[in-house]
Ligand binder design. Structure first.
Ligand code: SAH
Ligand code: SF4
Ligand code: F3S
Length: 449
């Protein structure tokens, strides 16, 4: 590659899960420290970071079409951008990207992105570089302090996965389960609140597997961490995602009944309703053990809203087994959920299993499942009408005087009136749609701290 001028502007494009969004924000902060500024809306950036997701085929393919588009646009304006590919595709296919896409000058894995600034210097000098090392924790120590925060912030507390569900790439792209140290998390949470956060969502691929040593030297799990974070003045709400049914302990269930700041919402993926399919997926739960677990959570927090993830068309899934997924959905009554067609991922055991399900069958199953999930989501929203609840104001709405925020149950609520971003307001929920609710402001806003 030819040397190029140091980049003045950047754009970070994140795909995939919330952890990737968190990582994308951290990369943006690293670039800002280097004096590179965000590219103005509508303008091409000198440096583009594609922070990629490898979870399903479609997500991974996007990378190559994006690279092609960026290179073309660069040619047209006579100045090619520096392109860095980060995230899970970078980890899984680093060498292939370098070979297939000459326009890319940097490939950096999710555990190595703290070294991006140094890679940019090398790219400017005309070198191409790949860094897909997995040094645990190192990146967190190397990241700059958080100076600004949206009202609803994310905090990665745990990363990686040891569960090895047979369809999933995450254990390969994110590596083994690691927990960030307790004191680092408490310190980062304090900084976030000082920077404007009123809600913190604790993130991890298996967040409920987090453990650490608290200030008194006791080993604590996620519930212990949540309990201590709840002591932070100015922090009003705590959430966590994503959990695996295997790691949900008594303390975490109890925490839902005892800690007011822990929001009444639980995202607990089940994936399927058939025990045979669950076993083939290497999930450690059955449909029944999952339902029993939910009962215990609901006993601790009766108004708990539930969310889940589903895969249809896992290899060998029969019509009757798919019906069991629909039955489970009917039994739970999810407030929201994500559902996907099974996508064979290279290197995972399920990709070579017998009985791959034809696309049309998957399409039909997904349609039926989504119809059921949408029906339940709408029913949940309808059942909320008449409730008065706290709404955290996250942004302005489309029209002047209109605001958008989230209910405790993670529903989007819009309302009109006197408010500001970061306020916690009381609103009566007056009208429900499938994806949002209309609220009526009940109290003057409490000013953000
Ligand atoms: N760690 C989380 C989330 C993993 S990825 C968990 O265990 O729940 C998010 C979701 O993507 C998964 O829950 C699963 O429903 C879906 N997913 C993962 N691999 C997939 C694949 N190969 N095909 C289709 N969906 C997949
Ligand atoms: Fe993937 Fe399973 Fe780990 Fe979730 S628990 S990240 S689905 S391997
Ligand atoms: Fe995608 Fe990696 Fe997240 S594969 S879902 S970005 S952990």
């Amino acid at each position: 590659m030819r040397p190029s001028a140091p980049p003045r502007t950047y754009r970070v494009k994140s795909f995939g899960c919330q952890m990737n969004v968190y990582d994308g924000d951290r990369m943006a902060e690293l670039l800002a420290e280097k004096g590179i500024t965000p590219a103005p809306e509508g303008e091409e950036a000198d440096l583009v970071v594609l922070n990629t997701c490898h979870i399903r085929e479609k997500a991974a393919e996007k990378v190559y079409s994006d690279i092609g588009r960026l290179a073309k646009a660069g040619e047209a304006r006579g100045r090619k951008p520096l392109i860095a590919v980060a995230g899970c595709v970078a980890q899984a296919e680093g060498e292939e990207i370098m070979a297939r896409a000459p326009a890319v000058s940097m490939v950096v894995g999710p555990q190595a992105y703290h070294r991006l600034p140094a890679m940019i210097d090398r790219a400017v000098a005309g070198e191409r570089a790949t860094d897909t090392d997995m040094p645990p924790i190192a990146k967190f120590d190397a990241l700059p302090a958080r100076r600004t925060s949206p009202p609803a912030a994310f905090l990665t507390v745990q990363e990686g996965c040891d569960k090895f569900c047979t369809y999933c790439v995450v254990p390969y792209t994110r590596g083994a389960e690691i927990s960030r140290p307790y004191r680092d998390l408490v310190a980062e949470a304090h900084k976030l609140v000082e920077a404007g956060a009123r809600e913190i969502t604790l993130l991890g691929q298996n967040v409920s597997a987090w453990s650490g040593e608290d200030a008194r030297g006791h080993t604590v799990g996620l519930a212990g961490l949540i309990r201590d974070l709840a002591e932070i003045d100015g922090l009003a709400r705590i959430r966590y995602t994503t959990s695996h049914p295997a790691d949900m302990d008594d303390a975490l269930i109890a925490a839902h009944g005892e800690i007011d700041k822990l929001m009444p919402f639980l995202h607990l993926p089940v994936q399927a309703g058939s025990d045979r399919v669950l076993k083939a997926m290497n999930r450690s739960h059955t449909a029944e053990s999952y339902l029993k677990l939910l009962d215990r959570f609901r006993a601790a927090r009766p108004d708990l809203a539930l969310s889940g993830d589903f895969i249809v068309g896992f290899p060998g899934e029969t019509d009757a087994e798919f019906e069991e997924t629909l039955q489970l959905v009917g039994a739970v009554g999810y407030a929201q959920a994500f559902s996907f067609k099974y996508s064979p991922r290279p290197g995972t055991p399920a990709a070579t299993m017998d009985g791959q399900v034809p696309r049309e069958v998957m399409d039909e199953r997904l349609q039926r499942l989504q119809a059921a999930l949408n029906r339940d989501q709408l029913a949940f929203n309808h059942a909320s009408v008449g409730r008065t609840c706290e709404v955290l104001v996250e942004r302005k709405g489309k029209h002047p005087g209109q605001w958008l925020g989230k209910s405790p149950w993670l529903q989007s609520v819009w309302f009109e009136g006197e408010a500001a971003i970061g306020d916690l307001v009381q609103a009566e929920l007056v009208e429900a749609g499938p994806n949002s609710l209309a609220g009526r402001l009940r109290t003057p806003a409490t000013t953000a701290t």
